[in-house]
Ligand binder design. Sequence first.
Ligand code: UDX
Length: 436
Amino acid sequence: MKIAVAGTGYVGLVAGVCFAEKGYQVTCVDVDEKKVEMMRQGISPIYEEGLEELMQKNNAKGMLHFTTDYVEAYRDAGAIFIGVGTPEMPDGSANLSYIAEVSRQIAETVEKDCLVVVKSTVPVGTNDKVEQFIKDFLVHDVKVEVASNPEFLAQGTAVYDTLHAARIIIGTESKEAEALLQKIYEPFGLPVVSVKRRSAEMIKYACNDFLALKISYMNDIANLCELVGADITDVAKGMSYDERIGARFLNAGIGFGGSCFPKDTKALKFLAREHGYQLKTVEACVDVNSAQKTRLFEKAKERMISFNGLKAAVLGLTFKSGTDDLREAPSIDNLKLLLAAGARIYAYDPKGTERAKQLFPEGKMDKGTISYVSSSEQALSGAHICFIFTEWPEIKEIDPQDFKDKMHTPLVYDGRNLYDPAKMKTAGVEYYSIGR
Ligand code: UDX
């Protein structure tokens, strides 16, 4: 069966590549000519472990194609997966204009019966609208059904998460659509949970927002730990043995970022409000996270008279390790505050520098300056203060003694709890972290 994929971001590209790997003829569509040309040459537009290798392998086998010509891709596809973005609108709702555009293109081009599968995260009820929209604009006399198939991959482990997903969620309104989608996923050999379309859409939000809540809860408890003299890492360890809680996503820190949690918490809050309901738990999670992001800066402000002219080493810029993505990264809010306070920032990130430069071009900005360096040593050398925003292994490996030896003042604000406070103290470093 021929599969078409609309959108080549994290969701679309990884899905397309993995379907090709599982033996399908896949055509990925994107509007960006330059990006399509790159992908044809086997160059991935995103940094994701194992992705380029699989792209190159399946390009060479003739299983994977990239095009800007959606007519060619959709016309005779058996299934079309939609993986375009649903960015956040200023009011917190999801922007569905890309989904609408692709739906219309599909309606105008499909010449045989096909299944349209929505992988993008969309508000509950969107699949119904997509189906109606396609029916309204359909040009040829063909049957088009719409299924929901939310994606649970995390950045940095996208290929692994897709090939070894904990479950595949299938949301359909007909037995035919359900059977077809199950068949498409057969070669993956993964557990399939088949539900109604609206439930599938809700599962995605419920999962992401639950994980976001878990993080905000730990951050809240961490802040309380500081006040009462407990240590959040010990508390998390003690909690992790309870299987009902689980050991993952218990790391307190500088708040969650990325392309999903911030957007999906706000979108669910908006959806509830639209239906006259206040989702108090999720709203609290959003509030805790927004305050958490600048907590370290606020702490540092209590300690310093001014940041003006000080050399600030910033270690880690991406929203988490293993990715070059800076979307909603806590570093962004902090860089803005530091620049507004006149700091001279020397930032180091193993993968995120290029993207950071697009947001904060090198040189003077606001009242401060920003430079990007290629090692943590360069960032730390002569620095008056150091902020840590991402848990990169190469940052975690820094010896406490290096802070003492390289910095002008060994003063470290760690948003990821990477070091043992006792070892930092022994090395002579004044060290602040989260919840301990
Ligand atoms: C997330 C979900 O994990 C994934 O299932 C969904 O499909 C998309 O959203 P992702 O955004 O790639 O994936 O990253 P994730 O690893 O979940 O981390 C999100 C944010 O939470 C990061 O900023 C991370 O640093 C933070 N986080 C995570 C914590 O602060 N503490 C933790 O214990 C775990």
